[in-house]
Design a binder for this molecule. Sequence first.
Ligand SMILES: [Zn+2]
Length: 169
Amino acid sequence: MDTGALYAPWRMDYIRSLHQPGTDACFICEAAAATTDEQRRERLVLWTTPHAVVLMNRYPYANGHLLVAPRAHKADPEELTADEHLDLSQQVTAAVKLLRRAVSAQGFNLGVNLGRCAGAGVPGHLHHHVVPRWGGDVNFMGVVGEVRVIPEAISKLHTELLRVRAEMG
Ligand SMILES: [Zn+2]
């Protein structure tokens, strides 16, 4: 996915994590399986539907970078049922709507990376990226001097996104 000129050095942690042994667990399946509020917070889940899960990307290209995935561990759009396609599409739309409201996103990069060669970090579990953009971008990241997005910032935004979504009804 072309995310323009976003500077995201913390992605190196993510790229490194992909090559470490013992990190085979699928974090999207784990997110979809979260049942308690605590698990949902830890796994950055925003909401789930019968066929989809919406969560925050722990290694975002931009603040508010969300992932929308089928609950089922499926790698390819061809494997999805019609119901899954519909649900995914509706949740991508809901994610866009939420980010417009919650973080005043002015534009979006929406995309799917299929296969490792196309940049998929989790090639086994299909997911749509919803990356909010702003004119001039960097402003929403706050302190650009920070080397990575601190977990506290992601946790705070998680709480805020849940609040705004609840408000939207
Ligand atoms: Zn999975």
